[in-house]
Design a protein around this ligand. Structure first.
Ligand code: SF4
Ligand code: SF4
Length: 707
């Protein structure tokens, strides 16, 4: 079964699920990162609009990278730097070893150098007899603990003060008290001689600037400035994708990076190195050298790959880590290789290989949140889907993932055999057998199948609109069609009540599970089929309305990305609406006033599904409920409920168990909120929340019949 393929991953997930303290610590830190980012965006003129500028700048710079790299090299050399291009990590390591040998270096002080981790530079240097010391506190803790970074920006986020005190007690041989000021005093004493006596300073760079040949390094501790300027030799290892065209581009990145990471404006120290000592000859003699190594190590191949190119837009802010639901439970030692988190999957595939990325890509539940927070708007969910797809092409899809991708076929069968299928799904032994054989979680209470589907019932239904104001194409999701036709018909009633004639033309399922599990050929086939079938209706002037958030997301967001440049997909996306957003528009257009006391005295907690966030965040449904007198509170943790589409329907660690652990903080919020029930538009979130909270969970339309 599934567990055979990922024994190490399963073991790590199990360990992470048992270490609640670590994941609580991590989630607390992630939340602080999100909250401070949100506060900074409020204060920023233009708010989050800087993301459009970052995206445009990165698109331009990566498009022109060969030219900009050449310009950067020429300008840096004119300013006295020795520039070397390394095609591989091995080449960069060889260069550093040779330089250390030539200069008789015994100590190298490092700062801000995740790229050196990418190529594992420390080990060969240490083997060559060079002492290598990290000087960023977080990196130093990780180095002394013999671990890998847990988070991109906060590498030792999982270490508490007592852990750090213990580490420094061990390395200094004296008892370090569990007290932060005392620890910091020891750290300063430990690092000061390193800063002063290092033979070589080794840093990364946040940005290289083509028009000036300079580099820029951001830190909060000021250590990069010491490392790069005190010693007589400085090496900067910079990934080629960090090169931007102009100083203005660099300023934009220097704003975007800390704002996105932790809401800082900007980091405490921003070091610009532009041709003065040690980049040039400097005042202390000719032996002061500045070396810049521009690393490729798979980046050119990423740039040439249309599905992976966007990864090069990454500015390493770590914001995607601050929102990723499964990362928040398992952390970077499970969800990552050297690069952790969502971007870690994409970058690992690019620089360490598809097989390595494939080992943890299954932790992505395709919620889409990383794309929404990323300052460069990188479409990581689709890139990760592509990685899963390529990985599966080499090693095959997990059986349980194949089952989930074919959920619509199972639903068709379930409806056709409804009474029997429902009996079977209610039987504990059968469910346990299904978990053992196909991986469907036995614990999940699944909605029963309807023998008479929405499609059947709609075909027999007579429209109640004599003279339509407009015509709407209704997109039917699997749940409404096979499990809850009443819900689909209630949506049709609501549209017709506002004078909209509803048609349900030939269409396929949304196909989102294929994206989620990396069945990209099938996902593209379905996207093309639906785009070609529905776009002609849009050309007639009809709008498309869907009720399931993930189905709406597939049409409105995923299809144009799957079918780049396809006119039908673009047209369909531009004319697809969430039901309640559309209903509110129609109410406003017609001047319709619903009874304002319909839900008077009722108090609901609203859950916004992840795929709704880029579509309006559930604001249409909330407004619709409030217009009818309900008190509605948006209750959220800022991340996912854990269901992740069908992820939480899978059994075991890489499904139900992880899904419940992700959802627990949200369950607690709902239970403690004092609301009478939960309202959500997502059928799968509804299952998760009902089970996790033991509260009633409704679709807004269901409230009309349940008053
Ligand atoms: S899509 Fe969601 S689960 Fe997947 S990497 Fe992004 S944030 Fe994490
Ligand atoms: S992918 Fe985006 S959010 Fe994640 S680290 Fe890179 S720039 Fe930041």
């Amino acid at each position: 079964m599934a567990t055979d393929r990922y024994p190490r991953l399963y073991h790590k997930i199990e360990a992470a699920l048992q270490d609640r303290t670590k994941s609580d610590l991590l989630r607390g830190c992630m939340k602080r990162g999100r909250d401070t980012r949100a506060a900074a965006l409020e204060a920023l003129p233009g708010g989050a609009s800087f993301r459009d500028d970052v995206r445009a700048a990165k698109e331009r710079c990566i498009e022109n990278l060969p030219r900009l790299k050449q310009q950067f090299i020429e300008r840096a050399r004119q300013r006295g730097a020795i520039v070397h291009e390394a095609a591989t990590g091995a080449e960069a390591i060889a260069y550093c070893l040779d330089l250390a040998r030539r200069r008789g270096a015994r100590t190298i002080a490092k700062s801000k150098s995740l790229t050196t981790e990418e190529i594992d530079l420390n080990h060969p240097l240490i083997e060559a007899g060079v002492e290598v010391v990290e000087t960023d506190l977080g990196e130093l803790i990780i180095q002394l603990a013999g671990e890998k970074p847990f988070h991109l920006v906060f590498p030792s986020i999982h270490k508490m003060a007592p852990d750090v005190a213990e580490i420094f007690s061990r390395v200094t041989g004296t008892e370090v008290p569990n007290d932060i000021p005392a620890i910091m005093k020891v750290v300063r004493q430990y690092l000061r001689p390193i800063f002063l006596n290092a033979d070589i300073g080794l840093t990364g760079a946040n940005v290289g600037i083509a028009e000036t040949g300079g580099i820029c390094i951001e830190t909060n501790e000021g250590n990069a400035r010491l490392v790069s300027s005190l010693g007589s030799c400085h090496i900067c290892l910079i990934g080629m994708e960090k090169i931007v065209e102009t100083v203005e581009d660099a300023l934009l990145m220097i704003l975007a990076h800390p704002v996105s990471a932790s809401g800082q404006l900007p980091t405490n120290y921003v070091t610009w190195m532009h041709g003065r000592s040690p980049l040039g000859e400097g005042p202390t003699g000719d032996d002061r050298e500045s070396h810049i190594i521009i690393l490729d190590n798979g980046r050119s191949a990423m740039r040439d790959d249309p599905e992976m190119r966007e990864a090069l837009y990454c500015i390493r802010c770590g914001a995607c880590m601050n929102i990723c639901p499964t990362y928040g439970v398992v952390g970077g030692h499970t969800f990552g290789h050297i690069y952790p988190g969502p971007m870690g999957i994409c970058w690992t595939a690019g620089v360490h290989g598809l097989e390595v990325a494939g080992d943890f890509a299954q932790l992505c539940i395709s919620c889409g949140l990383c794309k929404e927070i990323c300052p460069a708007q990188i479409n990581m969910p689709q890139m990760i889907a592509e990685i899963k797809h390529r990985d599966a092409a080499a090693t095959g899809h997990l059986l349980v993932n194949r089952v989930m991708m074919g959920a619509d076929r199972a639903a068709r069968l379930g409806s056709a055999t409804a009474p029997l299928a429902n009996l079977a799904l209610a039987s504990r032994p059968i469910r346990q057998l299904l978990e053992k054989t196909i991986g469907l979680a036995a614990e999940r209470r699944l909605p029963p199948f309807a023998f008479s589907t929405f499609m059947n019932r709609f075909a027999k239904r007579v429209s109640r609109v004599a003279t339509p104001r407009r015509t709407v194409v209704f997109f039917v999701d699997v749940y409404a069609n096979h499990n809850n036709p009443d819900l689909g018909l209630a949506a049709v009633d609501a549209l017709e009540a506002l004078g909209c004639a509803v048609i349900v033309p030939n269409q396929d399922v949304s196909g989102y599970p294929y994206i989620a599990y990396g069945g990209m050929d099938q996902a593209r086939r379905i996207a093309r089929s639906n785009s070609d079938k529905l776009a002609p209706w849009v050309r007639k002037g009809y709008e498309v309305v869907a009720i399931e958030p993930t189905a709406t997301y597939a049409l409105a967001v995923s299809y144009p990305n799957l079918l780049r440049g396809d006119e039908n997909a673009r047209l369909l996306a531009d004319h697809t609406h969430e039901l309640f957003e559309f209903l509110i528009e129609q109410e406003d257009e017609t001047g319709f006033h619903p009874p304002a006391d319909l839900f008077a005295g009722r108090r609901f907690g609203f859950h916004c599904a992840c795929h709704q966030r880029p579509l309006g965040g559930g604001s249409g449904a909330i407004k619709w409920l409030r217009r009818r007198g309900a008190q509605v509170e948006l209750i959220e943790t800022g991340t996912c409920c854990g269901m992740g589409g069908t992820f939480g329907l899978k059994g075991g660690l890489l499904g139900y168990d992880l899904s419940r652990a992700v959802g627990q903080p949200l369950f607690d919020l709902f239970v403690n909120s004092g609301v009478e029930a939960i309202v959500t538009e997502s059928s799968v979130c509804s299952i998760q929340l009902a089970e996790g909270t033991a509260m009633k969970v409704y679709h807004p339309l269901e409230l009309l019949t349940l008053r």
